[in-house]
Design a protein around this ligand. Sequence first.
Ligand code: SF4
Length: 362
Amino acid sequence: MTAARHNWTQKEILAIYNKPLMELLYKASTIHRLHHDPNTVQVSTLLSIKTGGCPEDCGYCPQAARYHTNIEGNDLMSVTQVKAQALRAKASGSSRVCMGAAWRNVKDGEEFDRVLEMVRTINKLDMEVCCTLGMLTENQAKRLAEAGLYAYNHNLDSSEDYYKQVISTRGFEDRLKTINNVRKTNVTVCSGGIIGMGETEEDRAGMLVALSTLNPQPESVPINALVAVEGTPLEDQKPVSIWDMVRMVATTRIVMPETQVRLSAGRTQMTQEGQAMCFFAGANSIFAGDKLLTTPNPDVNEDMELFKLLGLNPQKPFIKKMQPQTVEAKDSAYESLGEKPKWSRPEHTIARNQAAKVKGKS
Ligand code: SF4
């Protein structure tokens, strides 16, 4: 039984996004604690295993070869280098290593074989392994699954409409196809987007429609705030306000209750109070390490200090669902928010409604 609804409309999501803030936070936080332990946050380390020189034209990305940024490119790392970094990440509290390569798509051959070996190696360290390698065929997804991949990241980035303003070298439907190829395996899906690229609130809601109507919904949804990098087409974008970030996190939590909502790029621009508000609104995952592929990220020690301050604990690996609640508990919590839990077991709801009617008559 899943609490997820797959028929959210843009209008409904926009209405949630624009609720009075206190009401939005209360609702998101109530839903969050029904499906997750509110004091546990999953910590991933993002590792750029092949940096720069990408042929794509994603307008936010300093790794695109066509933009003039200060990124130092690197060929694909060795398995030994990756293992050493994974051990460091584990020692500092990460349960997942996410390996990113600046490729348009995966090509079969020595480099992909090396990535498969990296996946097998990290798996043996009892850590979750995620990859973000660009577009994937069904067969490549299967090979990654066989190697023990836990999650594959492929972001939708924005709404289908706004996507075209940011990227021209591949379409929104290509992204969905890769997600679909991953879904044919037992690898979990990580897919989210970026706010602050000049999109409207309608586009933000549109992106959440695209993600929440996937069935099943992604197990993990990263919400990034654009880090405007000099030399990219989006270099002049103003930083996103914390209020927009909190609203986006809370709305994501409400429309995708079982998903891990990942506070991703842009955390260096946020205060501790701002991050705490995001955790309260339903964010339950962060990226650790001083770099997010190529953009800055808070220092691991800063994160651990924040966790201590807020009484948060890093999540252990391979825990798909925390603190499962009964259908009854979920129904009554949703009802306390003034909502009919349309997604609960019909026979259960009917029986409860009938019982209430009988009670009303007596
Ligand atoms: S986001 Fe990924 S695909 Fe797009 S330019 Fe950067 S590395 Fe290439």
